[in-house]
Design a protein around this ligand. Structure first.
Ligand code: GLU
Length: 517
């Protein structure tokens, strides 16, 4: 069992079979938090032994996604380390040697059954399982004479190596979150550990051998791997490694936001949120899937959001930086039950983190958005852009959304909101706005602080209606009747631009019941 004094070494062990799912990112994050908290080591191991499911680009995607989120790897394919190689396809010799160890110890055996023979066995016996009750009726090194087995191997016949599971045993898995889980060995089948056809081990063998050789202390992974754990316990035992078996921690599933069942890509498509950290172009289908990064999420917000899907700090603190998460994280506060993927909360976290981005950095992030909307990035000073963003950022959840709240700082209205015109612009308004423009022109100080009381006073002394005047004013400057405080806007736009817009409004806006001339 695990030793308290053992150095913490954890691994994130994805298979490069496609883009890393957001649930995988959460697994990586929890491993990372646990490693950092305990001064341990975070390993990234690429489990690419399933040649059928290998997808080019997936490994780079994993590295890029983790780097974007600030999940640092200590040992891995890129980082190197004393226990490499860290890509399983480069460890064939190691696996071959370990398969041989099990064969020599009589804990595993060769099996020569063809796919057709296996199919026939399944058809003949309901719920067929390759195990102690059926193996002697199959073609393997336990049921066939030794000479025949040796000849088949020497002739290069394809075979697999199966794990020989003894029936009638209680297999115990100690899981840090779930406690003791006991199952009967009879329900397990003699799992394939190695295939001669591609000279590669299966997931189970490679995973156990590597966890042992890489001195992994804790296996923190998704709950979907819990059913494999009893087999893994038996494999450790078969190798004689039970004493150094890692502690198992199976994290709760991520559930659909609106109901029961596992979160899937379809939920994201249906409800409009990404289930992948980065944009992914599938090399086979050509299909594109959206990513958190490209959707405008801030990596720290994604980290904070994911950290709370399956763990809580024991109080109601929600906003936590990576360092705070590292300090507070605890496996004992991980929940057993699935965590609903509350993506709206993810947007809220993004809002919170957006407010904390320093102006300079925010300007930099906003420049491409301006450009995409047809405004040359150098048309305005950084200082001006920064002030505009400062005024509107509390209204936005995402960087691209800043445009819809700030566009009027960079472009005079191209049109005027029809509903607002109908409601706010009667036949007297052109004249009132012309007079307002004159007042603004005559003000010695155009700063909002001075302008606001002057305009208020003017409205009052002329017996005008505050709401009507201010909304019409806003309509000329912004193009619609919403937005931040009017005098914050004029403060930044400055006198010339404000006057130009009011006068353009007077020329272009006509009461809804009057025809355009
Ligand atoms: N390669 C497995 C995966 O894709 C690893 C599971 C484990 O962590 O043991 O998630």
């Amino acid at each position: 069992m695990s030793d308290i004094n053992r150095p913490v070494r954890v691994r994130f062990a994805p298979s490069p079979t496609g883009p890393l799912h957001i649930g995988g990112v959460r697994t990586a994050l929890y491993n990372y938090l646990f490693a950092r908290q305990n001064g341990g080591t975070m390993i990234l191991r690429i489990e690419d032994t399933d040649s059928q499911r290998f997808v080019p680009g997936a490994e780079d995607y994993i590295n890029e996604a983790l780097a974007w989120l600030g999940i640092e790897i200590d040992e891995g394919v890129r980082e190197g380390g004393p226990f490499g190689p860290y890509r399983q396809s480069e460890r064939r010799d190691i696996y071959r040697r370990h398969v041989q160890m099990l064969l020599d110890a009589g804990k595993a055996y060769y099996a020569f059954d063809t796919p057709e023979e296996l199919e026939a066995a399944r058809a003949a016996t309901p719920n067929f399982q390759y195990d102690a009750s059926t193996r002697m009726g199959m073609r393997n090194s336990l049921s066939l004479p030794t000479e025949e087995v040796e000849k088949m191997i020497a002739d290069g016949q394809k075979y697999v190596v199966r794990f020989k599971i003894d029936p009638g045993r209680d297999v115990q898995v100690h899981d840090r979150i779930r406690g003791l889980v006991t199952i009967k060995s009879d329900i397990l089948d003699d799992k394939v550990l190695y295939k001669s056809a591609d000279d590669l081990p299966t997931y189970h063998l490679a995973n156990i051998v590597d966890d042992h050789l890489m001195e992994v202390s804790h296996v923190i992974r998704g709950e979907e791997w819990l059913p494999s754990a009893p087999l893994h316990v038996l494999l450790y035992e078969a190798f004689g490694w039970s004493d150094t078996m890692p502690e198992f921690v199976h994290l709760p599933l991520l559930l659909k936001p609106d109901g029961k069942g596992k979160l899937s890509k379809r939920d994201g498509d249906r409800l409009g949120f990404p289930v992948f950290p980065l944009l992914w172009n599938d090399p086979k289908s050509g299909e594109t899937s959206s990513g958190y990064r490209e959707s405008g999420y801030i990596p720290q917000a994604v980290v904070n959001f994911l950290a709370l899907l399956g763990w809580n700090p024991g109080d109601d603190t929600e906003v936590m930086s990576m360092n705070e998460l590292i300090a507070k994280f605890s496996l004992d506060h991980c929940s057993r039950s699935g965590a609903k993927f509350a993506f709206e909360k993810g947007k809220w976290f993004n809002h919170v983190y957006l407010q904390e981005i320093p102006s300079e950095k925010l300007v930099e992030l906003f420049l491409p958005v301006m450009e995409a909307n047809g405004v040359a990035p150098d048309a305005f000073s950084k200082e001006y852009i920064s002030k505009a963003l400062e005024i509107v950022k509390s209204r936005a959840n995402f960087v691209p959304e800043l445009w819809e709240h700030a566009h009027f700082f960079f472009r005079a209205p191209l049109s005027y909101d029809a509903k607002a015109v109908k409601k706010r612009w009667d036949s007297t308004m052109g004249d009132t706005m012309t007079r307002l423009a004159e007042l603004l022109e005559s003000q010695p100080d155009f700063s909002g602080k001075v302008l606001e009381p002057a305009v208020m006073e003017w409205i009052k002394s002329n017996g005008l209606h505050m709401g009507n005047v201010m909304n019409a004013f806003r309509l000329t400057v912004v193009g619609e009747c919403k937005g931040p405080h009017m005098f914050e806007i004029t403060d930044l736009l400055g006198r010339d631009e404000t006057l130009r817009r009011i006068r353009a409004g007077v020329d272009c806006i006509h009461p809804a019941d009057e025809p355009d001339i």
